[in-house]
Design a protein around this ligand. Structure first.
Ligand SMILES: [Zn+2]
Length: 72
């Protein structure tokens, strides 16, 4: 004889709502971080450079070529 076993399906917990007021500072922080990273990868070279030597440029050189940004 076959017996059926009923397995209770776990009820999913309600998704907590995160207020926009708590997300905005992290979104701004992440946006600024992305812009700084994009600056160092894409623009930090020559007359627009913050650091006078080419250390930063050489450090992110492969990322610049990977992103398709003009280099040399
Ligand atoms: Zn290059």
């Amino acid at each position: 004889m076959m017996q059926s076993v009923s397995v209770p399906i776990p009820q999913s917990a309600p998704i907590p709502a995160i207020p926009v007021r708590e997300i905005v500072p992290w979104a701004v922080f992440g946006g600024v971080g992305v812009l700084v990273l994009l600056y160092f990868v894409g623009v930090e070279q020559g007359a627009a450079s913050i650091f006078s030597n080419t250390l930063v440029h050489e450090f992110v050189h492969d990322a610049r070529h990977l992103a398709g940004l003009p280099c040399h």
